[in-house]
Ligand binder design. Structure first.
Ligand code: NAD
Ligand code: UGA
Length: 459
């Protein structure tokens, strides 16, 4: 089948390559001409494991091409996927201006009978509205609009696209159903297909993201309780996750969820609920809780390490999670802002996301290695669960530092290893670990230990 993709971002690029792997002929278009030029030069503008190899292979096979000419891209296509951004509007609702602009741009060039497939995450009713927009622009209702939400995760996008747990196809007419069935025919034996209306497909996407975000928010709250009650959140997560009704994924405590999706999609979900007269109080509370957590964990660095203006903090990890260079709504950005407001100097390192972070972070020192970032730092905070950080030489880190506080906001290190390196370990959802002498003084009770200001220097 001939397919056009509008948007060559995380989703558009991965989906283009994935559809080419399925045997379709794909032309991927982006309004950013530079991006298309880079892609045509064999460069992949984002870091996504495995994507470069698949794109290169599909280009070699001639199944994937990039074009900055929208009419050329869509003119002959049977299906035109829209994978443009759908960011948050200032009031938290969704900004559909990129979707509308893309729909209006492609409308004159579509061939009669073409099916426009909304891949972007959009609020309920959008596909139908886009259908109306295109019909008005063309002066006749001769194309269809379907919804095919995407569930891939950054960092495992290629695998998620090619081995999905389900495919959701939302259609309101037989023609678009037939086209989408044909597109995914080679996967249909292995993968459950949820065929439904466009409205349900749009609701499924938001409900899925909201539910996953709720799981994370829940375990983060449990982590706080564990800290106060001398528990261990990892034991609790394992203990509840083995119940198949709960499931063990998305129960890793962290510094608050970030990224280009959960924050904006949960905001849009609550805005939709309010607009439809069906408020979503659980997700409203989740959003407030997540904001609170990001700020609270940042403040905790300042208070627990007893940092004063002019002191230095090293932040390891800027990406919102490992295996991506995406820093959109990354909790690390909130941390840096709070630290700078407290008058601290901030040194940052990330194995992949420094380039993406440069335009959004001012006044920090960019460091080539974690040890360079930790050099004479009064505290180190680990914000992203990069493999490279998991195997960090903690003794070397300790030697580089001036202070002795290691804030491990991804629970990467065993406490014993951190304390053996001579550092104070502040991890999430575990009792606060102090050197043995301090623990003996207070009988090891987390609440008491926290009441004691930790010494800011080694020893
Ligand atoms: P992105 O910002 O990485 O990419 C969007 C691309 O669209 C950009 O390259 C931009 O230049 C291009 N674009 C914008 N307007 C255009 C137009 N009129 N014509 C052609 N190109 C245009 O965004 P993304 O992360 O790929 O997300 C896209 C959509 O997919 C969003 O709705 C998002 O919520 C959803 N989604 C994202 C993910 C993810 O992991 N990133 C997963 C599932 C769903
Ligand atoms: C998420 C969903 O997982 C995808 O299914 C969905 O397609 C996508 O949003 C989207 O709609 O765009 P993604 O944002 O790439 O994917 O990343 P996740 O792996 O879901 O992580 C989101 C955030 O939650 C990250 O900040 C991550 O660190 C955090 N997280 C995740 C935790 O704190 N704990 C966990 O157990 C899991």
């Amino acid at each position: 089948m001939k397919i056009a993709m509008i948007g060559a971002g995380y989703v558009g690029l991965t989906t283009s390559a994935g559809l080419a792997v399925l045997g379709h002929s794909v032309i991927c278009h982006d309004s950013d001409k530079q991006r298309i030029a880079r892609l045509n030069a064999g460069e992949i503008p984002i870091y996504e494991p495995g994507l470069a190899e698949v794109v290169a292979a599909e280009r070699r096979h001639g199944r994937l091409v990039f074009s900055d000419d929208v009419a050329e891209a869509v003119g002959d296509a049977d299906a035109i996927f829209l994978a443009v951004g759908t960011p948050s509007a200032p009031d938290g609702s969704i900004d559909l201006s990129f979707i509308d602009a893309a729909a209006l741009t492609i409308a004159p060039s579509l061939k009669p009978g073409a099916v426009v497939v909304v891949k972007s995450t959009v609020v309920v009713g959008t596909s139908r509205r886009v259908n109306g927009l295109i019909a008005r622009k063309r002066g006749k209702p001769d194309v269809s609009v379907a919804s095919n939400p995407e569930f891939l995760r950054e960092g495992s996008a290629v695998k998620d696209f090619l081995e999905p747990e389900r495919i959701v196809i939302g259609t309101d007419d037989v023609r678009s159903r037939a086209v989408l069935d044909e597109i995914y025919r080679s996967m249909a034996e292995e993968v459950p297909i949820v065929a439904t209306t466009t409205r349900n497909a749009e609701l499924i996407k938001y409900a899925a993201n909201a539910f996953l975000a709720l799981k994370i928010g829940f375990i983060n709250d449990v982590a706080r309780l564990c800290e106060e009650a001398d528990g261990d959140v990892e034991a609790v997560a394992r203990g509840i996750g083995l119940d198949s009704r709960i499931g063990s994924s998305f129960l890793a405590a962290g510094p608050g969820f970030g990224g280009s999706c959960f924050p904006k999609d949960t905001r849009a979900f609550t805005a939709t609920g309010r607009r439809c007269g069906a408020p979503q109080p659980l997700v409203e509370a989740l959003l407030a809780g997540n904001e609170w957590r990001k700020t609270e964990l940042a403040r905790r660095v300042v208070t627990e390490a007893r940092l004063a203006p002019g002191m230095t903090v090293a932040v390891l990890g800027l990406a919102f999670k490992a295996e991506t260079d995406d820093v959109r709504e990354s909790p690390a950005l909130t941390l840096v802002e709070v630290l700078q407001q407290a008058g601290l100097s901030v040194r940052v390192h990330d194995p992949r996301a420094m380039e993406a972070a440069r335009p959004v972070l001012a006044g920090v020192e960019w460091c080539a290695t974690p040890f360079a970032a930790a050099h004479k730092a009064d505290a180190v905070v680990v914000m992203t669960e990069w493999q490279e950080y998991r195997s960090l030489d903690l003794k070397r880190l300790a030697r580089a530092m001036n202070g002795a506080m290691l804030f491990d906001y991804r629970n990467l290190f065993p406490s014993e290893a951190v304390t053996a390196a001579g550092l104070h370990h502040v991890s999430l959802g575990r009792p606060v670990r102090r050197p043995a002498a301090v623990q003996r003084m207070f009988g090891g009770r987390a609440a008491d230990l926290k009441a004691v200001a930790a010494p800011a220097s080694k020893g």
